[in-house]
Design a protein around this ligand. Structure first.
Ligand SMILES: Nc1ncnc2c1ncn2[C@@H]1O[C@H](COP(=O)(O)OP(=O)(O)O)[C@@H](O)[C@H]1O
Ligand SMILES: [Mg+2]
Length: 209
C-alpha cells in the first residue's frame, strides 16, 4: 500500500502524520517512510533519535520501494498542479491533514477541488484539534461532512507531547509522558481505519471480479 500525505498548507501536521502512520503500519508489515520534503523533517526526526521503520529520501526511496510492503510518502506544502497530479496518481490513498481553522479548511477545499478531475482516493484528517471547551474540531468535521467529503473518524488532538516526540526523534508512543498514549491512540485509530478500508476494498474487488 502506498500512502501519501499532502496538503496545500504548511504546518498542518503532514510530517507528524506521515511518521505516525508509518509507525502504525510497521506493526503490520515492513514499512518505508519516504521524505519527499526538501526540509527533510522526517529524516531529521530519525537522525535525532530512533524510529521503528526505515526512512529514505526520494532517490533512495525509488531503489528501496520494492523491498517494503507499505510506503508512506511525506511531501512539501503547496504542490503545483503537475506535482499534485503525480502525487494523486502515485498512491493508493492520499491523506490530507488539516487543522480546524478557516484558512487551513479553505486550503483543503481548494485541494479537494483540484483533485476532482484526478479521481483520487483521498481522506481528510483533522489535526492539531484544540482541547475542550473549544469546538473548532467538531465544527470543522461537521462542515466537511456536510460538504460530503471523506473524513477520518479519528481526529488528532493538539498535544505538546507531539513536539517532545519530534525533539527526541521518536514516535509519540515512545515518549515518557502521561499524554503519550492518548496522543498515540489518535494516530493508531487513523491507521486502523486505513488498514480496515484497504481490506474492504480488496474484498470488494475480489467479489466483483
Ligand atoms: N497534534 C499535534 N499537537 C501538537 N503539536 C503538533 C501536532 N502535530 C504537529 N505538531 C507540531 O506542529 C508543527 C508542524 O507540524 P509538521 O508535522 O511539521 O507539519 P507540516 O509537515 O505540515 O509542516 C511541528 O512543530 C509539530 O511538532
Ligand atoms: Mg513537513
Amino acid at each position: 500500500m502506498i500512502i501519501t500525505v499532502a496538503a496545500f498548507k504548511g504546518g498542518v501536521g503532514k510530517s507528524t502524520t506521515a511518521l505516525h502512520l508509518a509507525t502504525y503500519l510497521q506493526n503490520t508489515a515492513d514499512t518505508l517512510l519516504v521524505d519527499g520534503d526538501l526540509n527533510r523533517s522526517a529524516l531529521d526526526w530519525s537522525n535525532r533519535g530512533c524510529l521503528p521503520f526505515k526512512v529514505a529520501d526520494e532517490k533512495q526511496g525509488i531503489l528501496l520501494a520494492k523491498l517494503y510492503e507499505h510506503i508512506v510518502i511525506d511531501t512539501p506544502a503547496r504542490p503545483d498542479p503537475d506535482e499534485l497530479k503525480a502525487i494523486a496518481e502515485g498512491c493508493d490513498l492520499l491523506v490530507i491533514p488539516t487543522t480546524p481553522d478557516a484558512i487551513a479548511l479553505a486550503a483543503t477545499l481548494q485541494m479537494v477541488d483540484a483533485l476532482k478531475q484526478l479521481k483520487t482516493n483521498y481522506r481528510i484528517l483533522l489535526t492539531l484539534i484544540p482541547p475542550n471547551p473549544n469546538k473548532a474540531g467538531e465544527e470543522a468535521r461537521a462542515a466537511l461532512l456536510k460538504a460530503d467529503l471523506p473524513v477520518f473518524k479519528s481526529g488528532i488532538r493538539r498535544l505538546a507531547v507531539f513536539q517532545r516526540a519530534a525533539l527526541e526523534g521518536v514516535p509519540v508512543n515512545a515518549v515518557k509522558d502521561p499524554y503519550a498514549q492518548i496522543a498515540w491512540r489518535c494516530y493508531a485509530e487513523a491507521g486502523k481505519e486505513i488498514v480496515e478500508n484497504s481490506k474492504f476494498k480488496i474484498q470488494n474487488s475480489k467479489t466483483s471480479s
